[in-house]
Design a protein around this ligand. Structure first.
Ligand code: NAD
Length: 481
């Protein structure tokens, strides 16, 4: 294999594979982002073994050393966010600004968990029996297998790798096949951070081979996965076989409620940003826009007007608002859902077409449907593209009911100037994150993130709550003499 191939990182060494993956820019398929060594099941076994070998040393490492390593990784990501963000945008299709933003955010995850290293306090309490002390404290869990999707190729890896290492665990990271470049860059930075060999491993392989091996191996103590529901369910079954701990972040069908008393312009801005930015390829995207009848017509007219100003194009072109769809398969799936919605009787008011632009890529105009009902398939399935549907309702109560009527429950939002409805919605919305007068997409890194129903399974990610997944609790009893 030629020296131009980016390799897997196992046991502190950069290793070739038997095959390669060619990483293409979805905004311009003549642009090759790079050639990446494809890991196989044997590479995965080697990575798991090296992570287990490194565990003794990393789990016992001094807290200041651990903090310094995480700080170094975070600082370098932030310093190089423009350069790395451009590569991320080229491999995933999101706009350059979004790519740079994602790399900056990834750095913040490392900086945040660098500080958290020093905050892992335990508890000390009296026993129910006289003369006995009780301590409850958290220990590193072991080897964590991390499986990530293509839509946030750097951020999802960062929000899992940073707490895993911060709490003293060793890692085997398997990124999505479509986007190895961002994970490889993260691995390259980590390889220079001073982490012991084997404490972090990168295996860039297929879900079917490498993912399967990682999730069915007894040498892995926990699996954290972000991706689709079907794969998540399958992984959970594998993990239970080995009694490995599981954390799953999966699909969504997020609702944004717009009430009659909403500020119209804010409602339109939040709906457009939530539904279409990131090419709609966000697990937090607003795909169901539930609008009260009194504001419905005005809202639809203003939203259509705002959509008309959105520029779809090559992710690297300045002024582009909506980049490319990640690949041909996803684009065809989006278009299939547009056709399905029409067949179901939904009315397409704007977009929903494949666009052929200057560069050969996977472009699609953002689609808005009206006259849809929550029972339609288009409002039940996750599309994962720039497609949103308006559902007209007659009251706040109906809006809440429709919003909660979904198999998913990741984020939800309400646009209103009424404290009464905002407060009620925060209490009664059956989702993991509720937004008031904000887009359903866009979260902070220092607080928990996750959903309900088929959107999430297991402990929350991010913030201090991440320690519930990445640590194991020990209770010590002692009788001092
Ligand atoms: P996917 O499920 O196809 O793949 C996700 C990862 O799982 C990839 O790395 C893939 O190679 C791997 N995989 C596939 N089959 C596997 C198997 N049998 N065993 C182990 N690993 C396997 O998802 P995707 O298409 O990459 O991403 C899109 C999905 O991710 C959407 O459903 C989206 O909602 C979800 N997502 C959720 C969140 C969240 O936080 N809830 C965030 C981002 C994306």
């Amino acid at each position: 294999m030629s020296g131009d191939v980016y390799r897997n990182y196992i046991n502190g060494q950069w290793l070739e594979g038997q095959k390669i993956t060619t990483n293409l820019n979805p905004s311009d398929t003549s642009d090759v982002v790079g050639q990446y060594a494809k890991a196989d099941a044997d590479d995965c076994v080697a990575a798991i073994a090296s992570a287990n070998k490194a565990f003794d040393s990393w789990s016992q490492s001094a807290l200041e050393a651990r903090k310094a390593i995480l700080d170094m990784i975070g600082d370098e990501l932030i310093e190089r966010k423009e350069e790395i963000g451009a590569i991320l945008a080229r491999e995933e299709g999101k706009t350059l600004a979004e790519g740079i933003g994602e790399v900056g955010r990834s750095g913040q995850f490392f900086q945040y968990y660098a500080a958290e290293v020093l905050r892992l306090m335990g508890e000390n309490t009296a026993s129910v029996r006289p003369g006995i002390d009780v301590e409850v404290h958290r220990e590193p869990l072991g080897v964590v297998g991390i499986i990530t999707p293509w839509n946030f190729p750097m951020a999802v890896a960062a929000w899992k790798v940073a707490p895993a290492l911060a709490y003293g665990n060793c890692v085997v990271l398997k990124p999505a096949e479509l986007v190895p470049a961002s994970a490889w860059i993260l691995a390259e930075i980590i390889s220079r951070s001073g982490l012991p060999d084997g404490a972090f491993n990168l295996v860039m392989g297929s879900g079917r081979e490498v993912g399967e091996k990682l999730t069915s191996s007894a040498g892995v103590d926990a699996i954290t996965f972000t991706g689709s529901v079907d794969v998540g369910r399958h992984i959970a079954r594998n993990c239970i076989e080995n009694m490995s701990r599981i954390q799953l972040e999966m699909g969504s069908k997020n609702a944004l409620v717009v009430l009659n008393d909403a500020d119209l312009q804010s409602a339109v801005d939040c709906a457009v940003a939530g539904a279409y930015f990131g090419t709609g390829q966000k697990c937090t995207a607003s795909s169901r826009i539930i609008v009260e009848s009194g504001i419905h017509d005005e809202f639809v007219s203003k939203m259509t007007e705002a959509m008309g100003k959105l520029v779809v194009g090559n992710s690297m072109t300045p002024g582009v608002h909506i980049g490319a769809v990640v690949d041909e398969r996803q684009l065809l799936q989006n278009l299939k859902y547009v056709e399905l919605a029409k067949e179901e009787g939904a009315e397409l008011v704007q977009g929903g077409e494949r666009l052929h632009l200057e560069t050969d890529g996977y472009f699609m105009s953002p689609a808005l449907f009206i006259n849809t009902s929550n029972e339609m398939q288009i409002n039940r399935d996750e599309v994962f593209g720039p497609v949103a549907c308006v559902i007209k309702v007659d009251s706040y109560e109906e809006a809440l009911e429709v919003s909660n009527d979904s198999d998913f429950g990741l984020t939800s939002g309400i646009m209103t100037t009424s404290l009464k409805y905002a407060s009620h919605f925060k209490r009664h919305s059956k989702s993991g994150c509720v937004m008031v007068n904000l887009p359903t997409a866009g979260t902070d890194y220092h607080v928990p993130f996750g959903g309900r129903k088929s959107s999430s399974y297991g402990p929350r990610e991010q913030g201090q709550y991440a320690r519930d997944f990445y640590t194991i609790i020990k209770t010590n009893y002692s009788k001092p003499y």
